[in-house]
Design a protein around this ligand. Structure first.
Ligand SMILES: [Fe+2]
Length: 299
């Protein structure tokens, strides 16, 4: 049985109008709109549902305020879904999860290839400048938990996830398929005095590093605050840009993460700052200048 990735996520939010504006600026497509409920999609059909947090149809919240209320994982076949139990349940952290046959589409879109010293992928072909991002899919979700061992058992033994890497006692990277991107789920151990279980961020996959930059600059120009980015994670090799999200936690644009197979041996790493970021810019870049000497919060 193999979970292929995230098929749908549902937020419960305090301010639906603000979230509507944010996710349109973020680059999602608004497919359906009803009182108290918005349904967005990424390019490959991954769904992002945004409902009012007091909607009685939503699963229970694991923290106060605006946050993620459900993650639906996509599987290849109905037989795989049946193995997981179709009705859905809560994971040990309390988050509602379901498994369904994936409704995401295969896409024929391409990122910009890179010319490296040993490999020329672009000839008579200038790179692309993205005016804004259009995320391909939801690539991973990240939660704070105080029951790491139970979460590892639940996702690995019951849903067939694979451990990619770990910060012992601090963090765990999991992927659904044996061969796939570095992580679909990252769990962070609550450290005192961290207050509670909850959402840390939702990450949206974009095509290449240039779309990370183009998307981040655009969302900045729209007035939404960057938390940190652009930057690069050594642990997954991905380029990132994190933005505060009115639907809860942060959202991330990322590209160029490692792809792992069954031959990969999970590493145990120390949770030191340079494992999070080889380099990163606090507060982001100013999207309105092409000649910045410092970030918008700089001197
Ligand atoms: Fe991330």
């Amino acid at each position: 049985m193999s979970i292929q990735g995230i098929d749908s996520i549902t937020y419960g939010v305090e301010d639906l109008a603000e979230c509507r504006r944010f996710f349109l600026d973020w680059g999602l497509q608004l497919h359906r709109e009803a009182p108290g409920r918005l349904e967005f999609a990424t390019l490959n059909g991954c769904q992002i549902v945004v409902a009012h947090k007091d909607d009685a149809a939503l699963p229970p919240a694991i923290e106060g305020g605006s946050t993620l209320r459900e993650v639906v994982w996509g599987a290849d076949s109905q037989a795989d879904v049946a193995k997981c139990g179709e009705a859905g349940c809560a994971d040990p952290n309390g988050l509602a999860i379901r498994v369904r046959v994936s409704q995401k589409r295969k896409l024929d879109i391409k990122g910009v290839p890179a010319n490296t010293w040993d490999s020329t992928q672009r000839i008579n072909a200038p790179t692309k400048v993205y005016e804004r991002a259009h995320p391909v899919e939801v690539g991973h979700v990240v939660f704070f938990t105080d029951c790491m061992a139970e979460m590892e058992k639940f996702y690995c033994a019951r849903l067939g996830f694979h451990v990619s890497d770990r910060y012992p006692g601090r963090g765990l990277f999991l992927r659904g398929p044996e061969t796939g991107g570095h992580h679909d789920l990252f769990l962070l151990q609550l450290q005192p005095p961290a207050p509670q279980r909850g959402l840390e961020h939702v990450a949206f996959t974009v095509r290449d590093i240039h779309e990370v930059f183009g998307g981040g600059l655009h969302i900045s120009r729209c007035g939404w605050p960057t938390v940190i980015g652009p930057g690069r994670h050594p642990v997954s090799s991905a380029f990132f840009w994190y933005v505060k999200c009115p639907a809860g936690g942060m959202v991330e644009y990322y590209a160029d993460e490692d792809v792992l197979t069954g031959a990969w041996r999970p590493r145990e790493m120390a949770p030191i700052p340079h494992e999070f970021a080889e380099w990163a810019i606090d507060g982001g870049l100013d999207g309105n200048t092409h000649r910045q000497a410092s970030g918008p919060q700089g001197g």
